[in-house]
Design a protein around this ligand. Structure first.
Ligand SMILES: [Zn+2]
Ligand SMILES: [Zn+2]
Length: 177
C-alpha cells in the first residue's frame, strides 16, 4: 500500500495510507481529500488517481490542471500527468512539499485463495489458504507467520533482503532528506 507523507503541525511528518481511490490535492490547504468518482475534479490543484496494476493501490498518477499547478521533484508536470515513483516530492503552488512513498508495511493476514499452491521460502512447506501469513512488501513472497510457524520473522530479512520487523514502522520518512 502506498502512502503520502504530509507535514504536520509539529514540524514532523504524518503518513496517510492511500486506498485504491482517487484523492484531490488543493493548493490552498495541506489536506488530501477523497475524490468521489463522477464528481467534478477540482478547478485548481491536482488529482491523485490509482493506476491499474497487479497490486491495486500501489501505483498512482498525479493529474494537474493547469499543468504547472503542481511540480514533481521541482519540475512542472508535463502534459498534465505524471506517474509517481517512490519518494517523489509533490509541490502545489508555493506550499511545502508532500512525499509519495510506495513502501508498504508487512502485516499478518490470512493467505488469500490462489490457483496454485504457495510454498513458504523459509520452511519450503505449502501454506494453507486462510492460515496466518505475511506477504513481503518488496518481492511479494508469502511466508507462514503463526506461533507454530514464525517463518517470516524467523530471520531478520526476507530472502530478497527486505527487513521482516512487524513493528509498524516505515523504513523511510522524509526526515532522511
Ligand atoms: Zn514456513
Ligand atoms: Zn521479499
Amino acid at each position: 500500500m502506498s502512502l503520502m507523507w504530509m507535514p504536520d503541525e509539529a514540524d514532523g511528518w504524518s503518513a496517510v495510507e492511500l486506498e485504491n481511490a482517487a484523492y484531490a490535492l488543493r493548493p490552498n490547504d495541506s489536506t488530501l481529500t477523497r475524490h468521489e468518482p463522477g464528481s467534478r475534479p477540482p478547478s485548481d490543484g491536482a488529482l491523485l488517481v490509482p493506476c491499474a496494476s497487479s497490486n491495486a493501490g500501489d501505483t498512482f498518477a498525479l493529474l494537474a490542471r493547469p499543468a504547472d499547478a503542481a511540480r514533481v521533484n521541482g519540475v512542472a508536470i508535463q502534459n498534465g500527468m505524471r506517474v509517481l515513483r517512490d519518494r517523489d516530492s509533490i509541490q502545489l503552488a508555493n506550499r511545502s512539499p508532500l512525499y509519495f512513498s510506495s513502501e508498504g508495511l508487512p502485516t499478518v493476514e490470512p493467505l488469500p485463495e490462489s490457483d496454485q499452491p504457495l510454498f513458504c521460502p523459509r520452511c519450503k512447506a505449502s501454506i494453507e489458504t486462510g492460515s496466518p501469513a505475511v506477504r513481503c512488501v518488496s518481492c511479494g513472497s508469502w511466508y507462514h507467520q503463526s506461533e507454530e510457524f514464525p517463518c517470516w520473522t524467523y530471520s531478520e530479512s526476507c530472502v530478497c533482503g527486505h527487513p521482516t520487523a512487524l513493528d509498524g514502522n516505515h523504513r523511510w520518512t522524509p526526515d532522511e532528506l
